[in-house]
Design a binder for this molecule. Structure first.
Ligand SMILES: [Zn+2]
Length: 413
């Protein structure tokens, strides 16, 4: 349906532009270079023939594809982000195209002996015979989420070129700074004006997600009493030992390295301490809201317990919620997931519905009043040099968008 070379060319034109975001900056966008791609996207949207193409002072790009049916159809949206992760360089991305992939090792970089191998990345096996786009082993690729942008852009172009396909009004938005958790922060939901939307920001073909973690961070402060070690009997309080008690009192198996699926965890992400003071940093994650609250309570109770063992307030905790599971916002409008599932099935993609072990911009948007499940963009091994994307997966994602537009229009006929 969609031209393969066209998708490849479009995708490569995006990944060649460095758009790495920066968590240390407080500006939006966090890096000036994100404007380079944002401005190009504005230009392209206009060339394709979309309307109400806007870019605001924070580089959020929005556009409209007007309805082509006379009846009322809810406005739906598609969202993706143009920044890439600060974890790995996105400067001078030099994509390689592997046609008719033979299922064997792919040498990304001969000189540095960097190999993308199905022995380690088993997912590669399912793409035998397809066209893969990889890195040259020195940068990330940026399929996260320039694949999503490619798909949305190509789907809109396709709908413009094929007016016989019925669709309601469609809104699209490309955001900065998703990778530093701020993609939704300056998102003007009201201006966007969609009833619901989809982020095109998942990984492998078929992924459809509407559940993510509830998330909080906790900082535990333990204070001790430093005294000369030679004269410390009954006087010294070593904050590190109290901190150790705290750590050991939490369930040892409920940690990231021992959990999967819908299992939640406590993650001790750092310890900093001496006799006088120790600081523990945790993140708390759970899909289930009740379990999530119970985890936070457990930490609070533990702090009270330890305090009561000592004469003074030697330990305190501060817990801050970070984001919540979008499931509670999506479940009341479950037809938006059903539509996505049906769209996939109609273009021969098997939906893989699973909970995200993390957050998404869609979760934040859902709580801002725009229910927003996540659909695959097709890439694998995000945030590093082994990132790759099968072109056929991008084609399928494009078809899913087109089909979603059509199914939504038909549903409200
Ligand atoms: Zn992403």
């Amino acid at each position: 349906m969609t031209n393969k070379q066209h998708i490849i060319d479009r995708f490569i034109s995006y990944v060649k532009i460095d758009t790495q975001s920066d968590p240390k900056s407080t500006d939006t966008p966090s890096t000036k270079k994100q404007w380079d791609l944002a401005n190009k996207l504005v230009q392209e949207l206009k060339e394709i023939g979309l309307q109400e193409v806007t870019i605001d002072e924070h580089a959020y790009v929005m556009a409209t594809l007007p309805a082509n049916v006379p009846h009322e159809v809810p406005v739906i949206g598609f969202v993706s982000h143009f920044d890439t992760t600060p974890d790995f360089t996105g400067t001078n991305v030099n994509p390689q195209i592997i046609e008719n992939y033979d299922g064997k090792d792919i040498v990304l970089n001969k000189e540095k002996d960097i190999i993308l191998s199905p022995d380690y990345f088993e997912d590669l096996e399912q793409y035998k015979g397809q066209t893969l786009i990889t890195t040259d082993g020195t940068t990330l690729l940026g399929a996260d989420d320039k694949a999503g942008i490619t798909e949305i852009m190509t789907a809109m172009e396709y709908l413009v070129d094929n007016p016989e396909i019925p669709h309601g009004k469609i809104r699209i938005c490309f955001t900065p700074d998703e990778e530093i958790g701020r993609g939704a922060h300056k998102f003007n939901v009201e201006k966007f004006g969609a009833e619901w939307a989809y982020t095109m920001d998942g990984s492998q073909i078929g992924e459809l997600e509407y559940e993510n973690f509830n998330a909080a961070q906790a900082v535990v402060k333990v204070s001790g009493k430093s005294v000369h070690p030679g004269y410390a009997k009954d006087k010294m309080v070593n904050s590190m030992y109290i901190a150790q008690d705290f750590i050991n009192s939490l369930p040892r198996m409920e940690t990231p390295e021992h959990t999967e699926g819908r299992q939640g965890f406590f993650h001790l992400s750092s310890i900093n301490g001496d006799v006088e003071e120790t600081i523990l940093e945790y993140i708390i994650r759970d899909h289930d809201k009740t379990h999530f609250e119970a985890r936070k309570q457990m930490m609070q109770d533990l702090v009270s317990d330890i305090c009561s063992q000592y004469e003074r307030d030697c330990i305190s905790i501060e817990i801050k919620d970070q984001y919540f599971n979008m499931r509670e916002k999506v479940e009341p409008v479950m037809h938006i997931v059903d539509l996505a599932q049906k769209a996939m099935e109609e273009v021969d993609v098997t939906p893989i519905i699973k909970p995200i072990r993390g957050g998404t911009d869609g979760a934040q948007l859902s709580f801002m009043g725009l229910p927003c499940p996540n659909i695959f963009a097709g890439g694998h091994n995000f945030h590093g040099k082994y990132e790759y994307v099968p072109v056929e997966s991008m084609q399928k994602a494009t078809e899913v968008i087109v089909k979603l537009a059509e199914l939504t229009a038909r549903k409200y006929e």
